[in-house]
Design a protein around this ligand. Structure first.
Ligand code: FAD
Length: 461
């Protein structure tokens, strides 16, 4: 049987691309070697959010008295917290498997390998192989966690995000190496349940891609909640023993740290292992598949999307790229666009969300801009909810008032950012944002107020 498109990888790039192509009436197969939903649904976005929900609830219940409630002896069962998270992943993965059936995507469970002749060999877990023929291929094999050279991940004392999602018991102490979104979410999670957490980051701030003021606020909040945050600090040596891990650092903080577990969260790397058969060469850039404006690799007919084409490593970007790639292949006249503006979110507490450029970037690019900023404590809804920590900050271009960037730290930041994303897509100005009546009381009022603040007209600050 011959397909119009075979997608290799069933993550948010792969499954979304496959479904979109099927909607266009094409004959599609998706090959996934592990579980539909990819890293996102099984080992990333979704199971972490399930864990974080438990952590947030536990924290909230411990502050019940502030809300006039009595909840004595709040306890937790770590294994059940993890089990719930696995259950959520399972449900979501099953959902994608159902969608494949429903949308008429042929789903093959096995390892896909693209041959020089552009045929795809699928090897199942039992070692049996079959060869599929196709006109086009979309490689969406994603990334795997990057490991620290010379340090073996044993799933017990040394873990990456993957092992951290299936821990059998809670570690008493954790060193989190790397303060990007993944490291910071796990740091919040373990600390919320009472593990002693130390975060080690080589760069000058945690969440280094975020606006400086945002990173500072999260660092302050984390320190207040008992975590040790070491920035500008590099790992020199690690020693694993039967009881835990010793980490010697250099830089701003030269010390020897000890903990029961080390979580290595130093980023990800391209996952191309076994994907290309001998003799098939695609141009790569830093290990990632190099693609043109149509998401086509250096070999005609072989396309790629998602984490495998490089940063930003985000599920929503991966899905968007896959849709663009597939429509570029099958929709006559469609000119795919490359993603330039996208939200990035970190689901710790306080939450972090951003889109567009930071204030520092605007300065570096010598843009004419102004800043509008309002604190959560000025919002009635935030204070009523007991969530007064944080701010909304917008970077506004001058003289036209376009939105160059937005940075939110605080409760529900990851939901609030959507309005600013839409505004940027529609090329709305700051005046159009505050001319839009926002319901009261809502946190979204702060977006309108931040827009007003950029004119020096904020009412509540
Ligand atoms: C802990 C963690 C938390 C995260 N949280 C967020 C978040 O909150 N928000 C967000 O936007 N992003 C988050 N991410 C990133 C997000 O998961 C990725 O950006 C996203 O999954 C990328 O989608 P993808 O389809 O490109 O790749 P993946 O989701 O990695 O899917 C690739 C799939 O390809 C399969 N595969 C690989 N090789 C083969 C082969 N040869 N044959 C068949 N199948 C193959 C893999 O098994 C995998 O299922 C997180 C990541 C991690 C690790």
């Amino acid at each position: 049987m011959s397909y119009d498109l075979i997608v290799i990888g069933g993550g948010p790039a792969g499954y979304v691309g496959a479904i979109r192509a099927a909607q266009l009436g094409k004959r599609i197969a998706c090959v996934e070697k592990e579980r539909a939903g990819g890293t996102c649904l099984n080992w990333g976005c979704i199971p972490t959010k399930a864990l974080l929900k438990s952590a947030e609830l536990y924290q909230l219940m411990n502050h019940a008295e502030e809300y006039g409630l009595k909840a004595d002896k709040i306890t937790f069962d770590f294994e059940k917290v993890v089990q719930r998270s696995r259950g959520v992943s399972d449900k979501m993965a099953k959902g994608v498997e159902f969608l494949f059936k429903n949308k008429k995507v042929d789903y093959f469970v096995g390892s896909g390998q693209v041959g020089k002749d552009k045929k795809v060999k699928v090897t199942g877990a039992d070692g049996k192989t079959q060869v599929l023929e196709t006109k086009n291929i979309l490689i969406a094999t994603g990334c795997v966690p990057r490991q620290l050279p010379g340090l073996k991940v044993d799933g017990d004392k040394v873990v990456t995000s993957r092992e951290a999602l299936v821990l059998k018991k809670q570690p008493k102490s954790v060193i989190v190496l790397g303060a990007g979104a993944i490291g910071i979410e796990f740091a919040y999670f373990f600390n919320a349940f009472g593990s002693k957490v130390t975060v080690v980051e080589m760069l000058p701030s945690i969440l280094p891609l975020e606006d400086g003021e945002v990173s500072e606020l999260v660092a302050r909040s984390f320190t207040k909640s008992g975590m040790e945050i070491l920035t500008d600090t590099k790992v020199e040596k690690t020693e694993v023993s039967s009881t835990g891990v010793k980490v010697s650092t250099s830089g701003k903080e030269t010390k020897t740290l000890e903990a029961e577990m080390l979580l290595v969260a130093i980023g990800v790397q391209a996952n191309l292992e076994g994907v290309l058969a001998d003799g098939l060469k695609l141009d790569l850039e830093k290990g990632y598949i190099k693609t043109n404006d149509r998401y086509e690799s250096s070999v005609p007919g072989i396309f790629a999307a998602g984490d495998i084409i490089g940063p930003p490593w985000l599920a929503h970007v991966a899905s968007h790229e896959a849709i663009e790639a597939v429509e570029g292949i099958f929709v006559p006249g469609k000119k795919p666009h490359k993603v330039t503006v996208f939200p990035a979110c970190t689901y710790c507490h306080p939450q972090v969300a951003s889109i567009g450029i930071t204030e520092k970037k605007a300065q570096e690019q010598k843009l004419k801009f102004k800043v509008g900023k309002v604190p959560y404590r000025a919002s009635g809804k935030a204070v009523a909810a007991g969530e007064a920590e944080g701010f909304v900050k917008v970077i506004i271009g001058e003289p036209h008032g376009e939105i160059l960037g937005a940075h939110i730290v605080g409760s529900d930041a990851t939901e609030l950012i959507a309005e600013l994303g839409l505004a940027m897509t529609l090329e709305a100005t700051v005046d159009e944002i505050h001319a839009t009546i926002h319901a009261h009381p809502t946190l979204s009022e702060m977006v309108a107020e931040a827009a007003l603040a950029s004119h020096g007209q904020a009412i509540h600050i």
